[in-house]
Write a protein that binds this ligand. Sequence first.
Ligand code: PEP
Ligand code: MG
Length: 327
Amino acid sequence: QSLALQKLKLGRVQTKDKVDIEVCGNIEFPEEAKTCKKRGADGVGLYRTEFLYLGSMRERTEEDHYNAYSKVLKKFPELPVTIRTLDVGADKIPDSMRAIYRDHSNPELGLRSIRVSLEHTDLFKTQLRAILRAAVHGNVRVMFPLVSSIGEFRQAKMVLRDVCEDLEEQKIEHKPDIPVGMMVEVPSAAIMADEFAREVDFFSIGTNDLIQYTLAADRSDPSVAKYYNASDPSVLFLVRRVLFAARDANLPVSVCGQMSSDPKFIPLLLGMGLRQLSVTPQKIPLIKQLICNISIEDCQKHAKKVYQLDLARDIENFLRGELKRFL
Ligand code: PEP
Ligand code: MG
């Protein structure tokens, strides 16, 4: 790694025209918080908590959750840490939950993620209690995955409120007023982004699922890999729609799917208005360096050119070619 990259590991970055950009890291295990910090993360933008369950037959207790979250928060006592509630199902099924998934023929469209949490509120409450308790150690935000309707978001928030009241009554130390956001990763949520913006404290765009549901191409099925394309104009249209809804409502919005870890999308995303991203920790130095080399004005011109293209292949080639100019 170059000396410039080493230096960039620390501190916030700005574009050439002095616009602050927050670059957080995505983690799956608490141990990764350390690497994330070393790479210069401005916080944890996505903590995928379901990994606490994977590879274990044992039910996870409130203490298991609490200890895992506290460990991450100790590494980031001041910086934001966004904890995502369980996103199990489809490609991530813990052994201890196999029974729930017996008869699902189409798991990506089945009982997964927030749907599981709302169906099994005992599991959900255990996790939420631990999040609220651990929140006293840092700057925690909580978000729900795979939200597909406003009613669903309200229902999840209601469970959170119940949990809060229980902790209050039991006089257990916790932080009641943490920001509550959602992943935008189902097209219905992107389409209704203006309406959701009135209810949530922040958005985090999950492009991995958003691509698969928009283009009807299973993200883990190699036989349809050519249909799964981040450069498809329909996907970019939805991402842009969410960014605009957040801007109009003055809401924080981040992209935490794979798209923001891919340097060729960075100028486009900044041009569309994105100011916060969460990426694979290994990519943080490279992405920060890229951000320092570009100006928002250039990114906006670049984005306008992309809007005029209607073929995923042309968009992809254009983004690739332009990246050389930005690097
Ligand atoms: C996404 O869908 O883009 C995302 C970040 O979540 P996951 O990859 O864990 O489904
Ligand atoms: Mg997802």
